[in-house]
Design a protein around this ligand. Structure first.
Ligand SMILES: Nc1ncnc2c1ncn2[C@@H]1O[C@H](COP(=O)(O)OP(=O)(O)O)[C@@H](O)[C@H]1O
Ligand SMILES: [Mg+2]
Length: 413
């Protein structure tokens, strides 16, 4: 069993807080990925969990026991580093068995355990070799084997794949995932690579400048980023983030920016608010040139129903460049003074210099408070948050309700 709780953990190096009051509850069997840009404090946090660095404040609990100042050997955790530091003069067998020999386990037990681990990691044929006779991926597996052989309650891994080339990284990612499924043990894994995080994690914890921005499943953090930082960090190309303003105009509450007109609801009032509007490149819906002008209201609309606002483009701009990615294309467009990237199957049918118009499904629109960067939700009074997936293919404009709503900080909902 290994549940790891981190409570208000802080580490200061001089004036600078490398980790600033971070709290995490890592359940037994979690594959938790600590993700963030270089220098954000990932290694510092992992090393405090391992007992290699003393915190300046806060606590670390292991299965409920306070181990904040306990030495590493009392923590039942094994660490795998980026530089896997195998003993060059020892065979694979002796490298893997090293932690057991240093604990003076009986020879037969060591032999047995090393065999098991070697089988699991597909190293059985290589036990007699020395590290220089192995490929990068094989060496990495030996390093994992050395951690595994002790049967620790938890594995702590610090960018273990970053010395491998792209193809090997993909393969090793798959092996680590399979290993996690087989062992069911707790893994805390540090990386700056969003693909590793998205593909391996059961939960992702995003760090920015020593602070925790969001913790959630890969789907949660991608679909509902809690902040502009998370929104911009995940995704390739990254989410379009456009400075905008929520305003009441002509009886509609809208998100407005040059070239951007996104209605939220069609009646009532809303104090003006500076926001950042976010839309992922793959969620923009290209409108045919004909519908760039507002469509007319259907005459047969029953009067008792909320009156839908006529569908019209949310974004209008001019195509600047189109990039061929093979299966897909990315078009860069100028919308007002902002850049908007759109991604879709090739060919998009766009040419540089031509006007372009996009819609966006209502549940794919992200709004953030401009000053704090925190996520906002908007709630039409007719019920149902747009972020609920019931309007899946409605355009943002068509999903607008006729009654007034409100814009709230996501954290208060
Ligand atoms: N021993 C140290 N002394 C002073 N500053 C440090 C030390 N270790 C790390 N730092 C600083 O703390 C911050 C976080 O570092 P680190 O945890 O290594 O980041 P990451 O692993 O996310 O790249 C960085 O600004 C780094 O320079
Ligand atoms: Mg690091």
């Amino acid at each position: 069993m290994s549940r790891i709780q981190v409570e208000g953990l802080t580490k200061r190096f001089g004036e600078v807080a490398a980790i600033d009051r971070v709290s995490l509850d890592i359940s037994h069997g979690d594959f938790l990925v600590l993700l963030g840009p270089s220098g954000c404090g990932k290694s510092t946090l992992l090393r405090m969990i391992a007992g290699l660095i003393e915190p300046s404040g806060g606590r670390v609990l292991l299965d409920g026991r306070d181990v904040t100042f306990a030495p590493p050997r009392e923590r039942d955790m094994a660490m795998v580093f980026q530089s896997y530091a195998l003993y060059p003069h020892l065979t694979v067998e002796r490298n893997i068995g090293f932690p057991l020999r240093s604990r003076r386990r009986p020879r037969a037990e060591i032999r047995q355990k090393v065999r098991e681990v070697a089988e699991l990691l597909d190293l059985a044929e290589l036990l007699g070799r020395r590290p220089r006779e192995l490929s990068g991926g094989q060496r990495q597996r030996v390093a994992v084997g050395r951690a595994l052989v002790r049967d620790p309650g938890a594995f702590l891994m610090d960018e273990p794949l970053s010395n491998l080339d792209a193809k090997l990284r993909t393969a090793t990612r798959g092996q680590l995932r399979a290993l996690h499924r087989t062992l069911g043990s707790t893994i805390v894994y540090v990386t700056h690579d969003q693909v590793e995080a998205m593909t391996m994690a059961t939960r992702v914890a995003l760090l920015n400048a020593g602070r925790l921005e969001q913790v959630g499943t890969p789907t949660d953090v991608y679909d509902e980023p809690a902040s502009v930082f998370v929104a911009g960090f995940l995704g390739s190309p990254a989410m379009n983030l456009i400075p905008a303003r929520i305003e009441s105009r002509a009886g509609r509450v809208q998100v407005l920016a040059p070239g951007v007109e996104l209605p939220l609801w069609a009646a009532g009032d809303q104090p003006a608010r500076e926001v950042t509007l976010g839309v992922r490149p793959e969620h923009l819906v290209l409108l045919p040139p004909a519908s760039s002008s507002p469509a007319s209201q259907p005459a047969s609309q029953p009067a008792s129903q909320p009156v839908p606002v006529p569908a019209s483009p949310v974004f209008r701009g001019v195509v600047e460049t189109v990039e061929n990615l093979g299966g897909e294309e990315v078009a860069q467009c100028a919308v007002g003074g902002a850049r908007l990237l759109a991604r879709g199957p090739r060919p998009l049918g766009l040419r540089p210099g031509e006007p372009v118009a996009f819609d966006v499904p209502a549940d794919r629109v992200h709004l953030f408070d401009r000053a704090s960067g925190r996520r906002l939700v908007w709630q039409p009074a007719s019920g149902g948050l747009p972020r609920e997936r019931d309007h899946d293919h409605d355009s943002a404009a068509a999903a607008v309700a006729g009654a007034p709503g409100q814009v709230l900080d996501a954290s208060t909902v």
